[in-house]
Structures are given as structure tokens and as C-alpha cells.
Design a protein around this ligand. Structure first.
Ligand code: EPZ
Length: 439
């Protein structure tokens, strides 16, 4: 298994382009099941999750090719066999987003047998809201041997409330929205997820002939159509990757320019960073003020040596994203005072806490809240986290720590960050991928 060896202390300097968003690409790949015509997705990151989704779609009768196009990747998807309806556990267990094939399969093939999904080890991850939404569209649903079996001759539009105890559901909104595009009549989703990845999925579906309004707000209206056609779509840049590298620059007191940075999707993050003392300013490129321009900005990150402590509460978009909680915790470990971080989406998503403690961090967890007492230095140590974003937080800590940090099991990072070690090397970090067994 691969590990990263990081010799901390280098200031990051240089320029990087942000890749296409993983969490936008995955449900959009699944949406290709809704049509028999080709769907082409551009600016997709070359990630383990993308390749696994490709494997799953191949098994579901879709021809998949992932090809380089300039510095980016293009994914071509074309359904040629509509008979398979079964999504097996071997792929489904690798990532949660695979569950997004359920809605498209049901809408286009009338039946789906889909394994309950796996994914990061970040606490209980039920799918009740997905199923409630599809049931409201007229699907018959049962659970048998770890598989969801869903059937409907023709889905029918309905009113659906998708709020749960921890807010709304991102992939649940994607699943129900996809299914409703081909239902008979109008569907209204209340308490829909407002994440930019949902809006980007709606943009693709509308290019395919769907009639969706309101995506990006808590109420989405979908007028069902008989068929969808092929389309070409460029994926939005990855807000989580962008913010991770912004924080990597900040934690090393660096001077970094990022191209293709979706600042329109990062309001809450930039607000917290500004209070910490990290300035993220647009420098050139697309200088317009409309939302589309603000999704592809060139920004420069400059930070004061002194980091102020802050309070952070994770919330559904447009609040502070749970997918950046570990990274900002690493940053706040070096703040000048006490910070408080509260996790409201996945209250047990704290696998990084025990590992940061090994690096000398001063953290006290109480349920979904962690008190972070700022210290002057972290010290390098062997660490490991069984979760993608927790691992990213540990890499950030390692970049700033005194001495050597070994982050084990980086296959978690490979699920969500394209060649993270190469990006960081190009920015001047002393980081290397090694075979952990050879250490
Ligand atoms: C998406 O997961 C993301 N994954 C996650 O990113 C992200 O952390 C999460 O949204 C929240 O922003 C992808 O987009 C592939 P949810 P998702 O359904 O959709 C509860 C990463 O690191 N819930 O919005 O699966 C749930 O337990 C990944 O890239 C129910 O109760 O998350 C949680 O508390 C990790 N019932 C809350 O809702 C349901 O049926 C939000 O989960 C579904 C969810």
C-alpha cells in the first residue's frame, strides 16, 4: 500500500489549476443511463472513484471511455445494452456515489437491483431519504440480502420532502431529480440540497432535454419528459480540492496562485479564512461578477504569519462544508488561541483527531464538537486515516510540521485528489509517494 512521506516546513509557492469536481462528475456519469445517446463529460479528474464508476456503468451496459484531452480528461458514455439492472456489491462498496445509479436505472429500465453502498468511514450513512423520494414517485421498493430492489412501470410526478435529521441529502436529491426527469407529470422536491454539484447535474440534465427549474435552491421543480437525448458538458471545478490547496498554502505561509478556482461556491469557507487571516483575492482571468465567471477565477492566497482562532460549524451548502472540516482543523491547530469546530452533517466524522494528537495537536472532543487549542508547532509522526478528507487534513498538518510525517493508506486520497503529491511537489513541498511495505 502506498504512503506519503512528507518533510514539513517548506513554504508552498507557485501556480496550479483546479481539476473538475469529483462529486459533480460521479452523479453525472450515472445520469448517462437515462439516455441511449452519447453523453460526453469534460474536465473530469482522473480519480479512483471515477474509474470505479466507469466499471459499474460498463457492467450496466454502458460503453465508457476515459481519455486525456489537453491537461484534462474527457469521459464518453454511451448506453448500448439496456438489459442489465443489477449493481453489484463489489463496486458499490467502494464508494457511496455508486448509489446514484438507482434513480436513472429505475426511470429508464423500470427495475433496479442495487447493493447498499459503501464509501468513507465517516459514520452511519442511511439511504432512507433516497428511497422515500423514489417511493413518492411510485416505485415499489424492498430490501433483500443487502440489495435494494426497486420497480416501477412508469414513475409519476409527486411532491417530495427530502429533509432528514441532519438536513437534506446531496446524492438523494441527485437520485430523485434524475428519476423525476422521465416521470409522468411534475415533481416538486422540497428541502432539496443546494450544493453546486446538484446545480451542475441539473445543467447537464437540462442539456439532455430535461425540464428542471430551481436547482441550487431548496425547491426544485421537474416536469417529466418521455425521453432524454445525448449532451456534452464541462464539469465545474472542485471546490473541495480548491479549498484544500488554499489551506495548504495558508498552513505553510505560502504564496500560491490557483486557476479555475470556484470562489462562487466557497463563500462560507472564504469568510472563515478571512477571519483567520488568510486572504484569497482574485488576480486576473475571468473578471466578471456573474456566477459563472466566479466559478472559474484565478486567485492568489496570501496569509499572515499569525492565524486567528475562529468558530466553524459545518452545514449544508451554502454553509461551511463537512468535506473541509478536517483540513481547517489542521490549520487551526497552529492558530494563536482556541478555536471551536462543530460537525453538524456527520457527527462522528473525526477520524483525524486521534492522528493529529499524535502530531502534538491540542484537541478536546466532546460529541460533535472539538476544541482546538492553538500551538506553535506540530511535530511529524506516522499517521493514518481511513477517510479521504481526514487524510487530506493530515497531509496539510504534515506540510507544516517539524520533521517527517508518514501518511499511510493514501488510496483514500487517490479517491478524491488527482495526483496530490505531484501538485504539492510542483508547489515546492517535500512530499513523496512510497510503498509503505518497503519503509
Ligand atoms: C455527499 O454525500 C458527498 N458525496 C460527501 O462527500 C459529502 O460529505 C456529503 O454529500 C455532505 O455534503 C458525494 O457527493 C459523492 P448526504 P451524501 O446524503 O450525498 C443524512 C467526500 O469526501 N442522510 O448529503 O451521501 C446523512 O447521514 C464525500 O467527497 C440521511 O439521514 O451525503 C448525513 O448526516 C464524503 N438519510 C446527511 O444526511 C439519507 O437517506 C447528509 O448526507 C441520506 C443522508
Amino acid at each position: 500500500m502506498d504512503a506519503f512521506v512528507i518533510h514539513g516546513g517548506n513554504r508552498l509557492r507557485g501556480r496550479q489549476r483546479i481539476h473538475g469536481a469529483k462529486n459533480a462528475a460521479l452523479p453525472q456519469m450515472a445520469a448517462a443511463l437515462l439516455t441511449d445517446e452519447p453523453v460526453v463529460l469534460k474536465d473530469v479528474s482522473d480519480l479512483a472513484d471515477v474509474r470505479n464508476m466507469g466499471r459499474l456503468l460498463t457492467a450496466l451496459g454502458c460503453q465508457v471511455s476515459i481519455e486525456p484531452e489537453g491537461p484534462n480528461w474527457s469521459v464518453n458514455l454511451h448506453v448500448t445494452d439496456r438489459s442489465p439492472v443489477e449493481a453489484h456489491y463489489d463496486v458499490m462498496r467502494t464508494m457511496r456515489a455508486s448509489f446514484c445509479v438507482l434513480g436513472p436505472l429505475l426511470a429508464s429500465r423500470g427495475r433496479a437491483r442495487v447493493s447498499m453502498p459503501g464509501g468513507c468511514n465517516i459514520g452511519d450513512r442511511p439511504v432512507d431519504l433516497h428511497l422515500r423520494g423514489l417511493h413518492a414517485l411510485g416505485a415499489q421498493i424492498k430490501l433483500e440480502g443487502g440489495y435494494i430492489i426497486a420497480e416501477a412501470d412508469r414513475l409519476r410526478g409527486g411532491r417530495i420532502f427530502l429533509g432528514g435529521p441532519f438536513g437534506t441529502t446531496v446524492l438523494g436529491t441527485a437520485n430523485v431529480m434524475c428519476a423525476a426527469t422521465r416521470a409522468n407529470g411534475v415533481t416538486v422536491i422540497e428541502s432539496a440540497a443546494c450544493e453546486p454539484e446538484v446545480t451542475d447535474l441539473a445543467d447537464l440534465l437540462n442539456k439532455m432535454g430535461a425540464r428542471i427549474e430551481g436547482a441550487g435552491s431548496p425547491r426544485i421543480t421537474i416536469e417529466g419528459v418521455d425521453r432524454l437525448h445525448g449532451a456534452e458538458h464541462t464539469i465545474i471545478p472542485d471546490r473541495i480540492e480548491a479549498a484544500t490547496y488554499i489551506m495548504a498554502a495558508a498552513i505553510t505561509n505560502g504564496d500560491v496562485v490557483l486557476d479555475n478556482c470556484p470562489i462562487d461556491a466557497l463563500g462560507a469557507v472564504l469568510d472563515r479564512l478571512a477571519e483567520i487571516g488568510v486572504e484569497v483575492e482574485s488576480v486576473d482571468g475571468q473578471s466578471g461578477h456573474n456566477a459563472a465567471d466566479q466559478m472559474r477565477q484565478t486567485v492568489r492566497i496570501a496569509s499572515n504569519r499569525r492565524l486567528n482562532p475562529v468558530q466553524v460549524v459545518t452545514q449544508p451548502h451554502p454553509g461551511f462544508p463537512t468535506d473541509l472540516q478536517a483540513q481547517i482543523m489542521a490549520l487551526l491547530c497552529l492558530a494563536d488561541g482556541n478555536s471551536v469546530i462543530t460537525e453538524k452533517i456527520f457527527p462522528d466524522r473525526f477520524l483525524h483527531v486521534a492522528e493529529l494528537l499524535r502530531m502534538g495537536a491540542q484537541l478536546v472532543r466532546n460529541g460533535p464538537t472539538v476544541l482546538v487549542a492553538g500551538i506553535r508547532h506540530l511535530s511529524g509522526a506516522p499517521v493514518m486515516a481511513s477517510d479521504l478528507r481526514a487524510s487530506a487534513g493530515l497531509v496539510l498538518a504534515g506540510l507544516a510540521a517539524q520533521g517527517t510525517t508518514i501518511v499511510d493508506r493514501v488510496y483514500h486520497l487517490d479517491r478524491g485528489y488527482e495526483k496530490m503529491e505531484t501538485v504539492l511537489q510542483q508547489l515546492g513541498a517535500d512530499i513523496e509517494r512510497v510503498d509503505a511495505d518497503a519503509l
